[in-house]
Design a protein around this ligand. Structure first.
Ligand code: COA
Length: 332
């Protein structure tokens, strides 16, 4: 077996969002809501919506191509593709379609489902393969098209979500740039946020029936999820910092899953991280689930706001319930 026994560096990023943008004002054409309510409660002003021929696979592929170009890596050099998503085009998984679209012939590819924690969980998963020396060049994608799965008449949920994809390239690197992480799950609170399968008994014969139901739109207890995030996210970041031997003063950028501006502000305040270090793209994209962290990361990198060596604290949280944080330095 190959064994490079090494660390990793994040050497490229990319992102893709659908062309169609839906503003709060447009939403209020059919929903009893307003731009003022949504903006003040969430910070969201618009969200992108995927429509054919855009799909989970096309968005993920476009983001991946950009990340590979930035890393100056040919797709044929990839060893592994991890696609963090809860909304694949195919329930069997969409990572292999992305692999084919990229022409990444040597790469093994699989989907990973951890909802809005997907990118953080995916980063840590990919890092284990790399630290073991099994794989050298890894593509991690976070992508979701939740617009397919929200009830567009439910004003408590549909205002929050949008579609997009973000990707990073991870490469073997002697000095490990993943400084620390912590992950957690609590299935006892699973009912707070679901995109659940609802069974329906379908008889095949007089004695035998099968369950042929369907997935039902997202349901959420907004206040519970809000309380969970504001309490658990600072804790998990502190834990990751402890593992890395760092403190909040070492954080150059705080990049949280983009769920709600009030959550971002509250977490930053609890950690005493100043507002200018908090990255937010909520206004234009809303909550894009597994895509939100790499989508926001890529924009900052491309605007040269994030510099090589900057210490970035990321944290994902959401359905499961699941949450996790990781600290890394950008670039080699
Ligand atoms: N427009 C106008 N009014 C709305 C509305 C909307 N889109 N959605 C809910 N309301 C109404 C409610 O019906 C309620 O009215 P009532 O008091 O007459 O019953 C009132 O506004 C307050 O509702 P509430 O649910 O208490 O609002 P809130 O302040 O908790 O804000 C969220 C709701 C969803 C914005 C907030 O709870 C939240 O962001 N939670 C976290 C959700 C999240 O991030 N989920 C994803 C995690 S990955």
């Amino acid at each position: 077996m190959q064994n490079w026994g090494t660390g990793l560096a994040i050497t490229g990023s990319g992102s893709a969002a659908p062309g169609v943008s839906l503003s709060n004002a447009e939403l209020s054409q059919w929903l009893e809501t307003s731009d003022e309510w949504i903006s003040t409660r969430t910070g969201i002003q618009a969200r992108r919506l995927a429509s054919a021929p855009e799909s989970l696979v096309t968005l993920a592929t476009a983001a991946a191509q950009q990340a590979l170009a930035m890393a100056n890596l040919d797709p044929t050099e990839l060893d592994l593709i991890v696609l963090a998503t809860s909304t694949p085009d195919d329930l069997f998984g969409s990572a292999c379609q992305v692999q084919a679209a990229l022409g990444a012939k040597q790469a093994v590819a699989f989907d990973m489902t951890a909802a809005c924690s997907g990118f953080v969980f995916g980063l840590v998963t990919a890092a284990q393969f790399m630290r073991m020396g099994v794989y050298r060049n890894v593509l991690l994608i976070g992508a979701d098209v939740l617009s397919r799965w929200v009830d567009w008449r439910d004003r408590r949920t549909c205002i929050l979500f949008g579609d997009g994809a973000g990707a990073v390239v991870l490469q073997a690197h002697e000095a490990d740039q993943l400084l620390g992480f912590a992950l957690q799950s609590d299935g006892s609170q699973n009912s707070c946020l679901n995109l659940a399968y609802q069974g329906q008994e379908t008889p095949l014969t007089a004695e035998i029936s099968v369950d042929q139901g369907r997935f039902t739109p997202i349901t959420m207890n907004g206040q519970e999820v809000y309380r969970f995030a504001v309490r658990r996210v600072p804790e998990i970041i502190e834990k990751a910092l402890f593992h890395a031997g760092l403190t909040t003063a070492d954080i150059d950028w705080l990049l949280l899953h983009q769920a709600n501006q009030r959550i971002l502000d509250a977490v930053a305040q609890r950690l005493s991280v100043p507002a200018e270090k908090v990255i937010s793209n909520l206004a234009q994209f809303g909550n894009t689930s597994a895509a939100s962290i790499p989508l926001a990361l890529d924009a900052e990198v491309r605007q040269n706001r994030i510099q090589v060596g900057d210490c970035i604290a990321i944290a994902g949280f959401g359905a499961g319930l699941s949450w996790g944080a990781a600290l890394f330095r950008w670039g080699r």
